[in-house]
Design a protein around this ligand. Structure first.
Ligand code: HCR
Length: 370
């Protein structure tokens, strides 16, 4: 922090990008940013972060009691945050601007069975403008699924980009005897800080909830430096049932969290995460993200921004033409793996149990993959 990392020849471009953020109207994805801040990865790959601790995901349905299982959902959720929000800093030195997926873009992956069942990932870009990504993750053997969608609404204030995440996720755990539990997961607000130095990073803000149909609720508060421990990336979670508060946990979502007022470790985000495995590009379909963006990504990686931007324009022009053709033929694009519903009944039922979140939300329901 505090050291300017913007390449000399891109300084002017970076400051005009920052200035233009002030007049941004909610969708940052379509804004042109200087090359040094571009990532070769499309946003359709991001749902994989939910599955990078497959052992904790699989462990959820093994919980002996309702409270046990809620604690396991909470542990898995908190342990995915480091991957979701700090990976680009770790791999590329700072947060970067991901590729803006095209409508119908796909991303498939797998975490192989190493004793607790295989975990599979299906992602589909279900809207281009605004960008919305739908995903489904499943470990059939362990009886755990996660379905959700993700969109972002961005604004700029006080030198930071503020990102409100639209969407939610629902997790199901199938238990012996045919019983099934469902958990609603809401998503945190993000602040992109460090912009002035050209080295953006994410801090989480406000609070989110995990609401079980068992009556157990976990609320998680997020704070940066100067709160509880005075450390960045801090969280405090409270587990309750009805009006009874049961236990609380606190620490950092990037390292260790403990059961409050004890040394008992609750979350350990330092355990190495397991990256999703993806088919080689030659075996991928034409809508699969890494194949679709191969030339753009190669240009960004090698510093050949001219060829990256030429290939990106080619993809965008093809998309515009496709939309025109569809309109002319009166045949709008059909989603492949998900179905859009205006109101998600699972969300509606569980959201009613927590204050301060919208009572209704739309959703993309997974319909299976042949
Ligand atoms: C805001 C963001 C795109 C969306 C990314 C999301 C919210 C996507 C869903 C994942 O589950 C979690 C996640 C993590 C990312 O931190 C977040 C991205 C951070 C930056 C990016 C902007 C559209 C690009 C900002 C451009 C800056 C870096 C100059």
């Amino acid at each position: 922090e505090g050291t300017d990392v913007v390449p000399t020849e891109q300084k002017a471009g970076w400051s005009s990008f920052i200035k233009s953020l002030a007049s941004m109207t909610g969708d940052l994805s379509s804004m042109t940013a200087p090359p040094f801040i571009l990532s070769p990865t499309s946003l359709t790959e991001f749902p994989a972060y939910w599955g990078e601790r497959p052992e904790l995901f699989a462990d959820i349905a093994t919980g002996k009691t309702e409270q046990d299982r809620m604690e396991k959902v909470l542990r898995w959720f908190i342990c995915t945050l480091k991957g979701q929000y700090t990976t680009r800093n770790e791999k590329m030195g700072s947060e970067k601007k991901p590729l803006n997926p095209v409508l119908g873009e796909e991303f498939f992956g797998v975490w192989p069975d190493v004793g607790y069942g295989e975990t599979t990932l299906t992602v589909e870009q279900v809207s281009h403008h605004p960008p919305i990504t739908a995903y489904f993750i499943q470990n059939q053997k362990a009886g755990v699924t996660l379905q959700g969608h993700s969109g972002q609404k961005t604004s700029f204030s006080g030198g930071s980009i503020n990102v409100k995440q639209n969407g939610h996720a629902t997790l199901t755990a199938s238990l012996p005897g045919g019983k099934r539990e469902t958990y609603l997961i809401t998503l945190p607000r993000l602040q992109i800080q460090g912009l002035v130095w050209g080295s953006p990073y994410i801090e989480l803000a406000d609070s989110t909830a995990i609401v079980g149909d068992t009556g157990y609720i976990a609320t998680i508060d997020y704070k940066g430096k100067g709160w509880v421990s005075g450390k960045a990336h801090s969280y405090k979670a409270v587990l309750s049932h009805g009006s009874k508060s049961i236990r609380s946990y606190e620490g950092q979502w990037t390292s260790i969290g403990t059961v409050a007022k004890s040394n008992e470790v609750f979350t350990d985000a330092t355990v190495p995460k397991q990256e999703v495995q993806v088919k080689p590009i030659e075996q991928q379909g034409e809508w699969e993200s890494r194949r679709l963006w191969a030339a753009t990504a190669q240009g960004i990686r090698s510093g050949d921004y001219e060829s990256a931007s030429r290939d990106k324009s080619r993809i965008e022009n093809e998309q515009r033409q496709r939309r025109k053709d569809e309109a002319a033929a009166g045949q709008p694009w059909q989603l492949k793996y998900f179905e859009h519903v205006d109101s998600d009944p699972v969300y509606k039922q569980l959201a009613a149990q927590v204050k301060g979140i919208p009572s209704e939300e739309d959703a993309y329901i997974f319909r299976g993959r042949a």
